[in-house]
Unconditional design. Structure first.
Length: 242
């Protein structure tokens, strides 16, 4: 088996890792795009497109446990292949320090302001991008309790940034900064297209911001910190009853 994995070409390895890490998400996003290309929702009287109820995804504790287990399995499988092929999280830049943690907090704040700016452009209002009366919304309704929020907000940022940033840049950096950053941001946006137009645009912009940061410093920890804080901001208020 190891000999076969070592014989893979770089494109074959790239497609295999993406299939392992994001196969289900890629399938879901592709189906969503096809469905919404063939069927356009009727516009709201104010000109805002409203999603159908079937588009709303409810986040539950049981679902989060399944997601966390799946993340562990896919991360382990991908890193096992990476070890055989000569790369790892360490090679992506995984130093943990107060410096990188502080930069992660600043990156989170920068991304928050960027999100608000994008929402301003899309709706004309300075309000939360997931507001019920805003542009096409992040189609997620959370029923999570705090322990499960901590669980997914710890595991998901590690898995996503390891591959959406670290691995993508590892493979594509030979094509230069602009191609690498744009491709990684576009892929990040596509993976979140089931959140609607607002979700795609916001995640694409986040990918650009994270991409420029990562290209400059090549450290994953600030991205993981910023990503985790973003998830807490999105998931904690419903759990706290706000």
């Amino acid at each position: 088996m190891k000999a076969i994995i070592r014989s893979f070409s770089q494109p074959t390895e790239f497609l295999l890792i993406l299939a392992i890490a994001f196969g289900l998400t890629i399938a879901a996003s592709t189906i969503w795009v096809v469905n919404h290309t063939l069927h356009t929702p009727e516009p709201h009287p104010a000109g805002i497109v409203r999603p159908d109820n079937k588009d709303v995804i409810h986040l539950t504790n049981n679902g989060i446990v399944f997601t966390a287990v799946l993340d562990f399995i896919t991360l382990g499988a991908a890193l096992w292949i990476g070890r055989i092929r000569g790369w790892s999280l360490k090679s992506f830049g995984s130093q943990i320090s107060w410096k990188w943690t502080s930069l992660g907090v600043l990156l989170f704040l920068a991304n928050y302001l960027l999100n608000q700016f994008i929402h301003r452009l899309m709706t004309g209002h300075w309000e939360n991008s997931a507001a019920a009366h805003g542009a096409p919304t992040f189609l997620r309704v959370s029923h999570l309790t705090i322990p499960f929020i901590i669980l997914i907000s710890t595991i998901n940022p590690i898995c996503e940034e390891a591959f959406e940033s670290g691995y993508f840049f590892h493979v594509l950096q030979k094509y230069g900064m602009w191609v690498t950053i744009f491709a990684a941001a576009l892929f990040r946006g596509f993976l979140h297209v089931t959140m609607g137009l607002n979700g795609f645009v916001t995640m694409f912009a986040m990918g650009l911001l994270y991409g420029f940061f990562y290209w400059r410093w090549r450290q994953l920890w600030p991205l993981i910190v910023a990503h985790a804080l973003q998830m807490y901001l999105a998931l904690l208020p419903p759990a706290l009853g706000h």
